[in-house]
Design a protein around this ligand. Sequence first.
Ligand code: XMP
Length: 532
Amino acid sequence: RILILDFGSQVTQLIARRVREAGVFSEVVPYDVGTGFIRDYARDGSLRGIVLSGGPNSVTEGDTPRVPQIVFELGVPVLGICYGMQAMAEQLGGRVENGKVREFGYAEVRASNHTRLLEGIADSVLADGSSLLKVWMSHGDKVTGMPPGFKVMLSNEACPIAGMADETRKFYAVQFHPEVTHTLQGRAIINRFVHEICGCQSDWNMPDYVSEAVEAIRRKVGKDDVILGLSGGVDSSVAAALIHRAIGDQLTCVFVDHGLLRLNEGKMVMDMFARNLGVKVIHVDATEQFMGKLAGVTDPEEKRKIIGREFVEVFQTEAAKVSNAKWLAQGTIYPDVIESAGKGKKGQTIKSHHNVGGLPDTLNLQLLEPLRELFKDEVRELGLALGLPREMVYRHPFPGPGLGVRILGEVKKEYADLLRKADAIFIEELWNTPSGLLSEKGEPLSWYDVTSQAFAVFLPVRSVGVMGDGRTYEYVVALRAVQTQDFMTAQWAHLPHELLGKVSNRIINEVRGINRVVYDISGKPPATIEWE
Ligand code: XMP
């Protein structure tokens, strides 16, 4: 396995991800975990290499993070990245200076000398046989003098020592970030490091991760009880399944039904968790409480605040009943961690997103976040490895305030009931209609698979229609389907007209109270994905 020491870079987890993609188990720990931890970690011989991440500090200042000396004494290969390179240089007897020019973004570096790390890895080869790499740089400081035993591995004009190597000790360091996809050969470099330099086999996989994670949870919580807010979404579901695998009945889930869930969602969650998996789930039907508080409220932000506040209240009341709970588990995943790290710098609140994330302070519980290191697709894979059904694991995201932000203006139970039915028809047809595309494994993908999020929106306006011989005066439903990588920007999905036609027919025929269906063709920006 590979140990990654984190010096605070925003992209440290990407290193872990690349190592795992190479089929090798890796773990991220803070740079100051302590010598004892690292020694114990290395004791059974399974530690094959250490990566030092980037970080925001400068080694030219005295009180900034340093690499625990033991890292250089274990006899395992070490790869320093950015700050990790600078710290390695400084601590082993080289020199680092404050760069006058910051290098940020794409850069080209030239591989000088042949090293085992880079041999044969190139974006292009120059006439003199040396190779060029297109890499992603982000640094102010640079190494200006190498420690004894090192040779230059990479250079460019701005940074004559952009990479260095001591091949005898297998210490390598690069100023750029091989873990980001902008560095085209980054994967190849990390693969080379873990497989050939460290000698790791590609034998890490999700089932292994399950056992590691189960062990880690057991170690952490011991005999304590844990509570978790189960929403029916992918992240909290996978977290629940994993924690239950680890500690069984020490876990209690609280599932709050605010009356704004999708069709049959409550039943589905209870069937899967309580019945099939045998998880203890407290199911609270708080529909009346939520509807009561939402009555007469039309302002979107106000609605979000009410839903958030009521949710916290209901959850806390239920959680307090689990008297010996010491831990609050959450399905926080790595992108949430990055997003909240950036908070406060972004300025204006566009929408107050409410997640279970806002809960814990008053409960006096410690946080248990077993998915904190994983990306969404890894969480999905983990869910499958834990035996959750594919339809659940590949579900589109659903916002915390649920249908509350999909019923425009005042929320009423009557509207929610109509919307649930229309939405279920739309989703069913998306699942059932092949998109004509194939997955990487060659399996046919449905329109549900190739859209990132799709749902129906209830418009509380009535329009005139005709049904049989009679005139109707009923509500409108809008369909929304988007494609996006990161949900920050999105394109409306070009669904086939036949599919849209079928969904419209079915909704108007099957949902009494809806006589008109429209399709939303707005991108984000300027529209958002949800309508409120
Ligand atoms: P917008 O509407 O801002 O949505 O383009 C971007 C993504 O965030 C989801 N979303 C939420 N998720 N709590 C959540 O957990 C919320 O309050 C919330 N509001 C929006 C939305 O569904 C989309 O995936």
